[in-house]
Design a protein around this ligand. Structure first.
Ligand code: GDP
Ligand code: ZN
Length: 307
């Protein structure tokens, strides 16, 4: 087979191997040369656009990881580092449950802020609507107004809203994240009951076993790809700059900022316009609280680093 570079899309990363979609084929690639980056934030992940050199139809090597246009990343306490979950996402669906597990605004807001940080458009999926009481989401609809984030109500149980969800998925890469138990896998299965088969087929063809993975992986879906991420118990904002965190909160960012100090972290400063807006109830307290919590986390990390 003639050796030439081909463009591909990373669908899965396991131990030492990167599975790359080239056209309609999937190639198991080893990493070499410049692509072999150990640095956490730059290590190759699902969604990365890459170039590969094929040795046979199903086996090759990964040559280069191309620059990302967007990325979802989180801060990992162990190793004090940023880790990218999935790259080049056209839209992120953040799945929360109407009930069980109860909504954790802190978790949701950390994911939304991280999406903003990584230049990703986010959409909130309220799942398990079959279990929701009347009016249960009213407050949430005020907090997460449609002008800020798209909202979709679904039930993976009854199928409600799943068609609407599917219409938002076009020919790009669409990622799903959520706390364990919110029904993310059930929703993905509703969207396409055959998603899982792709992986099994590939394992058979290349003779390599199916590895369990803690990373995101992509599945072809219609003209695009769905990215499933492992269910998460925690999710920490990856940024480190206290002066620009506000940019990751579109509702707080849009307050006309006439803070007395510049830069202002909008936490303790007298004459802060954001604090004034919160006190006047022009912004939901819970969103501001999430902002303050992330800010405190960033400061805590910075202090630890100094030690
Ligand atoms: P994941 O951890 O987010 O992938 O969640 P799963 O898809 O494994 O679902 C967790 C539990 O919630 C399972 O018992 C599902 O049957 C249930 N579940 C998922 N979606 C719904 C839903 O829309 N309504 C109801 N009533 N249960 C659901
Ligand atoms: Zn301020």
């Amino acid at each position: 087979m003639q050796e030439r570079l081909e463009n591909g899309l990373v669908v899965r990363v396991t131990g030492g191997e990167v599975w790359v979609r080239v056209g309609s084929e999937t190639v198991a690639c080893s990493q070499r040369g410049r692509s072999r980056v150990r640095e956490s934030a730059l290590a190759v992940v699902a969604g990365d656009r890459v170039t590969v050199l094929r040795e046979s139809a199903a086996v090759g090597s990964l040559e280069e990881v191309l620059p990302r246009t967007s990325w979802l990343s989180r801060y990992i306490e162990r190793g004090s580092t940023e880790r990218v979950v999935v790259a080049n996402i056209d839209r992120l669906f953040v799945v929360v449950a109407a009930v069980d597990p109860p909504l954790h605004a802190g978790f949701l807001d950390r994911v939304l802020a991280s999406a903003e940080w990584g230049h990703i458009r986010a959409c909130i999926v309220f799942n398990k609507m079959d279990l929701a009481g009347p009016g249960q989401l009213d407050d949430l609809r005020v907090t997460y107004a449609p002008s800020l984030y798209e909202l979709i109500e679904t039930s993976a149980e009854s199928g409600r809203g799943v068609d609407e969800l599917a219409t938002r998925i076009e020919n790009g890469v669409y990622a799903f994240v959520g706390e364990s138990g919110v029904g993310k896998s059930s929703l993905l299965n509703r969207l396409d009951p055959e998603l899982d088969l792709v992986v099994d087929e590939l394992s058979e063809r290349t003779g390599r076993g199916r590895h369990t993975t803690t990373n995101a992986q992509l599945f072809p879906f219609r003209d695009g790809f769905l990215a499933d991420t492992p269910g998460m118990q925690t999710f920490s904002f990856p940024g480190t700059d206290v002066n620009t965190l506000i940019e990751c909160f579109p509702d707080l960012r849009h307050i006309e900022r006439t803070c007395r100090y510049n830069p202002c972290t909008h936490s303790h400063e007298p004459g802060c316009a954001v604090k004034a807006a919160v006190e006047a109830q022009r912004v939901p307290q819970s969103r501001y609280q999430s902002y303050l919590d992330i800010l405190a986390g960033i400061r805590e990390r910075a202090k630890k680093k100094q030690w």
